[in-house]
Design a protein around this ligand. Structure first.
Ligand SMILES: [Zn+2]
Ligand SMILES: [Zn+2]
Length: 148
């Protein structure tokens, strides 16, 4: 997995190549996306940028996310019960696990994932572009809280 700085530089490069201006607002959003492992939703990105650049509007956050998505520089995880989550650290499709209680959204390192893709390829002959795997449940931490 690439480090935060190289993800940041890569996102800057892609935006610039696509003809977008690298405004301080956009750069700050890229910075947040390249550092946050918690798969932030637009609201929490907005909250974070507010602390640095208070004049930024929520629309700027949304628009930047749409552009990054179009450039394949952010992975959008659509989640019906809540707002979408975004992964700027690893923009390629990968499995996630979500705790319904503490709302923690994490990457799921799954050995069987590649096997699954191979299996699908073999059985269908498809060239696979995306596979959305989201496992929901209650994390061990939250389970303990419930017991107490
Ligand atoms: Zn939890
Ligand atoms: Zn992820």
């Amino acid at each position: 997995m690439p480090d935060n700085m190289s993800r940041y530089n890569q996102m800057c490069k892609k935006l610039k190549q696509a003809g977008y201006k690298l405004t301080p607002q956009r750069l700050t959003i890229l910075k947040i996306l390249s550092e946050r492992k918690d798969h932030p939703n637009p609201d929490s990105i907005y909250e974070a940028i507010q602390k640095k650049l208070p004049t930024t509007s929520p629309a700027t956050v949304y628009k930047t996310l749409i552009v990054l998505k179009k450039l394949n520089e952010v992975l959008e995880i659509q989640y019906s019960n809540e707002s979408n989550r975004y992964d700027g650290i690893n923009p390629f499709p990968h499995p996630h696990i979500y705790c319904k209680k503490c709302k923690k959204f994490s990457d799921l390192d799954l050995l069987a994932y590649n096997e699954l893709l191979e299996d699908v390829k073999m059985k269908t002959g498809f060239e696979i572009h995306s596979l959305n795997l989201l496992i929901e449940g209650i994390c061990p931490y939250c389970q303990n809280i419930e017991i107490i």
